[in-house]
Ligand binder design. Sequence first.
Ligand code: NDP
Length: 434
Amino acid sequence: VARNPGEIEFHQAVREVLDSLGPVIAKHPEYTDSAVLRRLCEPERQIIFRVPWVDDAGTVRINRGFRVEFNSALGPYKGGLRFHPSVYLGIVKFLGFEQIFKNALTGMPIGGGKGGSDFDPKGRSDGEIMRFCQALMTELYRHVGEYTDVPAGDIGVGGREIGYLFGQYKRITNRYESGVLTGKGLAWGGSQVRTEATGYGTVFFVEEILKTRRESFEGKQVVVSGSGNVATYAIEKVQQLGGVVVACSDSAGYVVDEKGIDLDLLKEIKAVRRDRLDTYPGECRSAARYVPGRPVWEVPCDIALPCATQNELDGAGAGMLIANGCTIVAEGANMPCTPEAVRLFTEAGVVFAPGKAANAGGVATSALEMQQNASRDTWTFEHTEHRLAEIMHSIHDRCLATADEYGVPGNYLAGANIAGFTHVADAMLALGVI
Ligand code: NDP
């Protein structure tokens, strides 16, 4: 804490991992002897830079850009870029730290990193978004590359932004280096299923949890927070598997639609028009309501999927879910549940699937995109989705097997933290003190 003052989200993420590692450290003194934990908590490299750009009115704007290259023991740094006014070093470091263990859990050869900017894309024209992305890449290109560091999207960064970033990288370097970014469009090096992967993967993970109880999504009531990329495709997959998503949200409130969210309308409002969720009730055929300023967790459900942002589900939200009989919470977002919420779920016997396991499908499919780029190949949607489902199945089983091995059966949080940690720690031991 003294070494990284004020970085509260980073402290929270580190504490959550360290809290799980007691049994591992007791069993493996070699991790302590070689200071693996202390090395893991210190990024290999952090880059902070000025991003100057000109808005539509001709005013010069200055934002701050970040790339934290956290750990490359398993492969090139890999992790998204976030554009949101709340971005500062503490958020980028928490995301980069989580990414190390998540990427290890996928079993793919990718290290951990994260980046972004305090740029607020809301209300910006397409031209402003393009000029901002070009300005950011004008510095970032020095630090990224197929074998070095491979960014992708995150909050505020989707296919459009990745296109502008990739265009500028190609222009500056004069190289068509497809493997430098993931989340690309299908016509220019992207992979099928990458857009859907994080949301779909979270739902595949929950499907595995349900299978352990001989249940399925059929007829289950589900609440999803957020209405961006992860939320949208989580809703799509739940519906395909027979569940009913009764509510979703944005940062201003939530929509409740007892008949089930109209996904075509949601995509039209959020992804095509880039509009606000409060326009939904006026345009849908059912009796949907928009409830401003309230947490979506007050809507009764069997399964909750927080898919918006960090610390969005606190103790009060957890209390509402538990009181209404929710039995599974799976994190589609990164660290959306506060430590208090996680404690309450554990005490109440609610199954809790942490983001580093449940939302790993996005980065896993990014690694599949890198594989396709490296072999100059393209796979079908069916094949890629099948690979994603297999990966989520295997992460699920690995979390459970590890939790069993370390004496905490059924604890997905401990299983994910320990399995991710041992995988990357063993690689770090093998590579020596670097
Ligand atoms: P998007 O930008 O597509 O959507 C973000 C959603 O979350 C929007 O509905 C937004 O509402 C809401 N939101 C953002 N910030 C806040 C806030 N401070 N308070 C309340 N709501 C907020 O992002 P993604 O869907 O890509 O990402 C969502 C989460 O999933 C993040 O935690 C991200 O790190 C994580 N994730 C994403 C992956 C990916 O592949 N995209 C991979 C793995 C994890 P509004 O429009 O009102 O701001």
